[in-house]
Design a protein around this ligand. Structure first.
Ligand code: DOR
Ligand code: ZN
Length: 467
């Protein structure tokens, strides 16, 4: 990759789809373009096309053949692909209170380097984000410290559920997150009567962690000391299925828009298929790529997450469902814990694994292996999250949208090395992957190049459609 100071001629790439004959003008503004990205294959909403991207005032201001159009900076991206910056709608940044695991600065730095330009952050911090004051505290903490744009979920509980429908529309809020089963932290809302009250009133999409609390409590003794491989026995398939079934049954009469997070079982898929009118669903890389018993024998407690990694039949069914369009979003559930915490004997070890640094390379590696197309990846990491959560001007490589972009090299091979991240481990450490992000732009400004941060942390709250 090289920056080219002057306008290069347009070479043709034989395997590239044809170029539309768009006039080479800035359609948005009379001011000169700040940046033109030339000669890359771009993932437009309808697929791949070799077009140049012109950026002005942080937005995509021109698409087409821009050779000769005046610009402050011209970057020759020949040989690279440009995707909409990824939107990760499931991230635990741990601030406030748990900064030894991660904070907004360290977590957002990994996002920027990893090609993720929008993050929706989860409420199980310490204290948990359960009211407007705590939400606005998070917004203040994020100012001038985040390398990517952000929004924060409010956590639902028995105490705040009547206020949530007013609060969910606050600036900087991604919506409501519910834990229907206990996981990391104390947030929990599982009683049907209370859930129904909230589902009736809330207007935005509600993100839901579905594991049936009563069954988790009943089966806790199945978690055997020192044996992380018993994690999926304790938190079994039925725990996930019953909880998802319960939530969908409660949401249906109100048409409440729910988003089922980290789907982990084959059994839940039929439920989701029937509930598409009001329910959307998330898949994670780890539930697609890792399975039991191998993950537990190789990684021990490092493979311990909620809901658990399960037998290969589930991963196979999740892949099939992905190919049939059942999932709306692919998100990391980035849930870092320190090495010392993860080294505790099971089940004192906490559940969760980091994912921001590996999301894009892991999935580009799947693209290289023919398991996924770039178009599917963009659908699940940009178009899908934007549609599900109703973001404004994000997640789409189109005129007038924010220039959140990631430049990727599909040929680049590199080994996963997370030693520079705060928690300094990954379940995928040491894996050689093909396909890496090489540069990231946030609203038209470079924030990462060749694996390093550049510029300043200028992330802003994400804006949403009004509901
Ligand atoms: O494995 C998990 N870790 N699942 C969750 O639901 C929470 C997360 C965390 O915050 O550690
Ligand atoms: Zn989570």
């Amino acid at each position: 990759m090289s920056a080219t100071p002057s306008t290069p001629s347009t070479p043709s790439t034989p395997s590239t789809p044809s170029t539309p004959s768009t006039p080479a003008t800035s359609a948005m503004s009379a001011s000169p373009l700040q940046l033109v990205l030339r000669n890359a294959v771009c993932l437009l909403p309808w697929g791949k096309a070799q077009v140049d991207i012109g950026i002005c005032h942080g937005k995509i201001a021109a698409l087409g053949q821009l050779g000769g159009v005046p610009a402050v900076e011209v970057f020759n991206a020949q040989g690279l692909h440009i995707l909409p910056g990824l939107m990760d709608s499931h991230v635990h940044w741990r601030e406030p209170g748990l900064e030894h695991k991660e904070d907004m600065a360290s977590g957002s730095a990994q996002a920027a380097i990893g090609g993720v330009t929008s993050v929706f952050e989860m409420p199980n911090t310490s204290p948990p984000t359960t009211n407007l004051e705590l939400l606005s505290q998070k917004c203040s903490l994020a100012q001038n410290r985040c390398w990517v744009d952000y929004a924060f979920f409010l956590g639902g509980s028995a105490e705040n559920l009547l206020s949530l429908p007013q609060w969910e529309k606050a600036p900087g809020c991604a919506g409501i997150k519910l834990f229907l089963g206990s996981s990391t932290g104390s947030l929990l809302l599982h009683e049907e009567r209370l859930l129904a009250q909230l589902l009736q009133k809330a207007r935005r999409r509600i993100a839901c962690h579905c594991e049936e609390e009563s069954r988790l409590v009943e089966r806790k003794a199945l978690a055997q000391a020192g044996k992380p491989e018993t994690h999926p026995l304790w938190r079994d398939e039925a725990s996930a299925f019953l909880s998802t079934q319960k939530l969908l049954a409660l949401a249906k009469p109100y048409g409440a828009r729910v988003h089922i997070l980290h789907v982990s079982t084959e059994e839940e898929l039929a439920l989701l298929q029937k509930a598409r009118a009001f329910a959307t669903a998330e898949i994670t890389p780890q539930h697609l790529l890792l399975s039991a018993p191998e993950c537990y024998s190789r990684l021990g407690t490092w493979a311990q997450i909620n809901p658990p990694l399960r037998a290969p039949r589930h991963a196979e069914a999740l892949w099939k469902a992905l190919h049939m369009g059942l999932f709306d979003t692919l998100a990391t559930d980035h849930a870092p814990h320190s090495l010392e915490e993860k080294a505790r004997p099971y089940p004192q070890s906490p559940s969760g694994m980091p994912g921001l640094a590996t999301l894009l390379p892991l999935m580009l590696n799947q693209v290289a292996q023919g398991k996924l197309s770039l178009e599917q990846l963009v659908e699940l990491t940009a178009h899908g999250p934007a549609r599900v959560f109703g973001t404004r001007l994000k997640g789409r490589l189109a005129l007038g949208y924010e220039a959140d972009l990631v430049l990727v090299d599909l040929q680049k091979k590199q080994t996963v090395n997370t030693s520079q991240t705060r928690c300094a481990w990954s379940a995928f450490e040491g894996l050689c992957l093909q396909g890496w992000p090489v540069a990231t732009l946030l609203r038209g400004k470079w924030v990462a190049r060749e694996g390093s941060l550049v510029g300043k942390p200028e992330g802003l709250p994400i804006e949403f459609d009004r509901v």
